[in-house]
Design a protein around this ligand. Sequence first.
Ligand code: ASP
Length: 456
Amino acid sequence: MKVAKFGGSSVASAEQIRKVAAIISEDHDRKIVVVSAPGKRDKNDSKVTDLLIELGELSLATGEAESELQAVLERYRSIAEELKIDGDIITLIETDLRERLATNRHNPGVFMDSIKASGEDNNAKLIAAYLKSTGLNATYLNPKDAGLLVSDEPGNAQVLPEAYDQLIKLRDHEGVIVFPGFFGYSPEGTLVTFPRGGSDITGAILAAGIQAELYENFTDVDSVYAANPNVVNEPVEIKRMTYREMRELSYAGFSVFHDEALIPAFRKGIPVCVKNTNNPSTSGTMIIAEREYFFNPVIGIAADDGFSTIYVRKYLMNREVGFGRRLLQILEDEGLSYEHIPSGIDDTSVILREHQLTDEMQERIIDRIKNELHADDVYIEKDFSMVMIVGEGMHNTVGVSARATAALARAHVNIEMINQGSSEVSLVLGVHQEDADRAVQALYEEFFGASDGTIQ
Ligand code: ASP
């Protein structure tokens, strides 16, 4: 059995949904189809999820958002009309949305989750109706009925282990299940969404839940590439990579697959294949437990911006028992999550995502570190990028960091921080944001310049 997940661009229009139908009918093992909300039909279009966020926010603020509601309905209407779906699917979708908008707003997070999730929920109903009309035995299934139980944090759900006891039963289902991505239900019955892009997570949970032989993730590119095609000209295609490599690259900005989506597949050892809805005959990228590392110790180069550093210096820091714990305790008290902590003898830097730091928060943090830890110097620097060289083969290969730093030196990129985790799956280089593209290009040239188009 396979789980096939189709992302927003794969279900953005009638034409795309026809391709989805063809892909499903071509392989009878594709038993569970997970769908996103309709995405962008072209560059200037809006994702339905974004329209729904506008609708929900305006409705919360003013109690009135009729034209925003109509904009969402219009997207479904144009798809349903072109696909000639019988029955009153649009009336059904409209009633559903109006009901959601009329629910209690005392908890805005819960209200917004219900509005956001309607994007996938109604699309799944629409696609199931279309598949049925083509003669396929397809049924829409709601995550509540399937037992997709998640934690109760709006916009940030995590699957609960007991969900898997329920999901395994889906194996016995007759025909194709069309399942909305992006949300589940708490044990109390509240709808909760995953983080943005979370339909990938739903697909991975279901694949793990039914112990699928394969989790296919259909998107709009032929494969995962070794670098961002907007930064590097025609980067090579990756044919095989490991879960850990994909996770590291997703973390650092490869948007093709959600970084949290790999964990369920990885735990159950289910291979993941990234494929193109617009070109389904290409083999795509396989994400598996192990690959041959000898020829390609490095698999990809990623970069993500929007990082800040909290720099802390205190003489004899190395001898002060508990300094690190107290420093991190301050961050925990303030609800801040950190990414890296490169350290010297008398100084340390905590690197974290910039969006968490308001001006007020920065002042408070600096004050607290100075006063509570008696630090000699504390300051925050902004606008850093983390450039990551990723590859499980680095572990057994001498000279990767030397090649990387030499390539950056030749490109006149100043390295502000280097961090290599003990697993050696990735080497993280902190650079100023304005140098990030140049750094990626230089590293790509160094590690893939001689490649012939694909890496196995
Ligand atoms: N529609 C949701 C989003 O745009 C989830 C997804 O497409 O994966 O974030």
